[in-house]
Write a protein that binds this ligand. Structure first.
Ligand code: ZN
Length: 309
């Protein structure tokens, strides 16, 4: 069953950039955020409040927040791993929503945030509660929901138990993340449906990496199974510094092309996204993995009976 509208969360300023070796300037990050808003983004993961020694690319979290555009209609998300990060995000006065991460396996939870899996569930619930106490909202993403770089297969029942526990803290949504890009569409359909039923009416968000080329198929499976929110990164940038072999997020423009062509609106302007891809590629000094930006527009853009590029 497909809905008429899917909400997109732009994660390029955080997940997209955090794994890039070249440090991107604060002003380029702010420009990326402004361009995404101009293209229609209304929810953007703008930075993460983590130890700058662990993730140098996010060392300017406060500086990014200070100059965020004044937009009441845009939700700015700050990713935090613990209460210390939550306090930093709240202190900026510019973050609307805290994003927490619980990790499905002990080994990955240790590598990512120095906790056991259960510890990460507890911490994420505390972060949601801290967000609400500060008048913000909180959401939780379950990392390695479909497979772990260290422990391999992850049992669906484990994800279900985590989602049920997290739901009690009152997040606005729970995300299922395929951090290392190993999910397949059948697995995605099953897990999204089961988690959706367990946490209703809390919505399911999905977060896919295209490491093995199944990203778009997984988005299609997830939205068909009831996920109503999709994370994506302009250009398909992305990766996880703590997950060996993780590649880029699904590209915003590729997801928007697929959904809009299928009659599902996203509120995003595809041409504007493709323009941002070109700009971002110049900033990064390389071609970005997204597919749609390399192809001719379709249907062709006509002017005076002639196709324009
Ligand atoms: Zn990710």
């Amino acid at each position: 069953m497909y809905t008429k509208y899917i909400e997109m969360v732009e994660v390029s300023p955080r997940d997209g950039l955090q794994n890039e070796k070249a440090v991107i300037s604060t002003s380029a990050k702010l420009s990326l955020i402004e361009r995404a808003i101009a293209a229609g983004s209304r929810r953007i993961e703008v930075t993460s409040f983590v130890n700058p020694r662990a993730v140098p690319q996010m060392a300017d979290a406060e500086a990014v927040c200070e100059d965020l555009p004044e937009r009441d209609d845009v939700t700015f998300i700050g990713l935090v791993m613990n209460l210390r990060g939550a306090e930093r995000a709240v202190a900026t006065g510019r973050i609307d929503q805290l994003g927490a991460v619980a990790v499905a396996t002990d080994k990955f939870a240790m590598a990512n945030q120095g906790q056991t899996s259960d510890g990460s569930v507890e911490a994420s619930c505390e972060i949601v509660q801290r967000a609400k106490a500060a008048g913000l909202t909180g959401q939780v993403t379950i990392g390695a929901s479909f497979g772990c770089p260290f422990e391999g297969e992850v049992a669906e029942d484990r994800i279900l138990a985590m989602a049920t526990a997290i739901a009690r803290s009152g997040p606005v949504e729970i995300g299922l993340a395929d951090t290392i890009g190993v999910a397949n569409p059948a697995h995605v359909s099953r897990l999204v449906e089961r988690v959706g039923r367990a946490i209703a009416p809390i919505p399911v968000r999905v977060h896919f990496h295209n490491t093995r080329g199944t990203g778009l198929a997984n988005v299609w499976a997830a939205t068909g199974a009831g996920a109503s929110i999709v994370d994506a990164s302009i250009g398909g940038l992305g990766g996880c510094p703590f997950a060996p072999g993780a590649a880029g997020n699904v590209a915003t423009e590729d997801v928007v092309y697929m959904l809009e062509r299928a009659g599902i609106s996203t509120g995003l302007d595809l041409d504007a996204l493709i323009e941002i891809n070109g700009w971002l590629g110049q900033i990064m000094g390389k071609d970005l993995p997204a597919m749609v930006s390399r192809a001719r527009p379709f249907p062709p853009r006509m002017e005076h009976g002639k196709e324009i590029a």
